[in-house]
Design a protein around this ligand. Sequence first.
Ligand code: GLN
Length: 344
Amino acid sequence: MALELTHGYSSTDMMDVRLPYPGLMGLGELGARCTREQLNPPSMPVPDALARVRDLVRDDIGAGEVHHEIPALAKVDPRFFGIAFAGVDGSVVGVGDWTRQFSIQSISKLFSLALLLSLDGDEVWQHVGRHPSAAPYNELPEIGGPVPRNPFINAGALVVVGRLLELMDDPRRSLLDLLRVESGNPSLRVDENVVESERAHGGRNAVIADLIATSGRLSRPSGQLLEQYLHQCAIAMSCAELAKAGLFLARGGVLSDGRALLSGSTTKRLNATLLTCGAYGASSDMAYSVGLPLKTGIGGGILGVLPGIGTVCAWSPSLDAHGNSIAAAKAMSLFTTLTGWSVF
Ligand code: GLN
């Protein structure tokens, strides 16, 4: 006898749906056979929700200010807006400027942390904390003080970068390769103009790198830390490419070729860290209004994770006081409201 589920799927429907990766946490036997999207279909079809989001954020696009301390970012037109959804089933849909590349900036921090977690496991937490911080992302670390509060403020990200430099021959290349393969775009590249611009105008990060390098906890010189960091921030990607690249976070750590970058439980913990720290001092507001683990960047992008379902990435260059995109944050909130999908 077919098992009836509240959403109208029967166990016979599910027999045909097999995922290319191990079972989704918490779904047990059903999890091995069908996606959470099928168990929990959106309240509004995703393409309709995306189109509606674009209509509803029209007045917010261009509100706030484009990041102005890095001249190469200040030149970006504030009227851009895009949003893309990538499903664990391989579907990718978007509206607006969803295929236009932008500077991923601090969204890169989640990928370098994932790479480090894959090599170093829980050892990471000996070097950096996982506590929310209300301070600005470029807060100076205390000399001789505790480890940086979390891996997403610049001080913590520079520690992650320092550990990667200790453990890998060429972390710059490894990170780019990971993003190229997962996004499906082998031509992804670092925008050297952004690197140059940030090198010339990002004196504060040079100070943070010096303080981290001289803490006695890392063996790499500050110049190497800073260069690795500037290059990861300056990678250019579109909403569609970021959404695809982040899908392993929705698949319990499993990459597009079926190999596990992270275990299910490490992925759960990384997602938890994104929820509590991914938007700096606005993380609790984002948890409240969006309800997803997410990472923001001063290029105006926000990448969010819907575990078991997919990823959503929104982009618009104008920022609030925390350095988070105003229109992208609103778009993410509308998307989870319209689809009824969030982690809560
Ligand atoms: N490259 C930027 C900086 O370090 C990244 C900050 C961000 O995106 N929040 O200042």
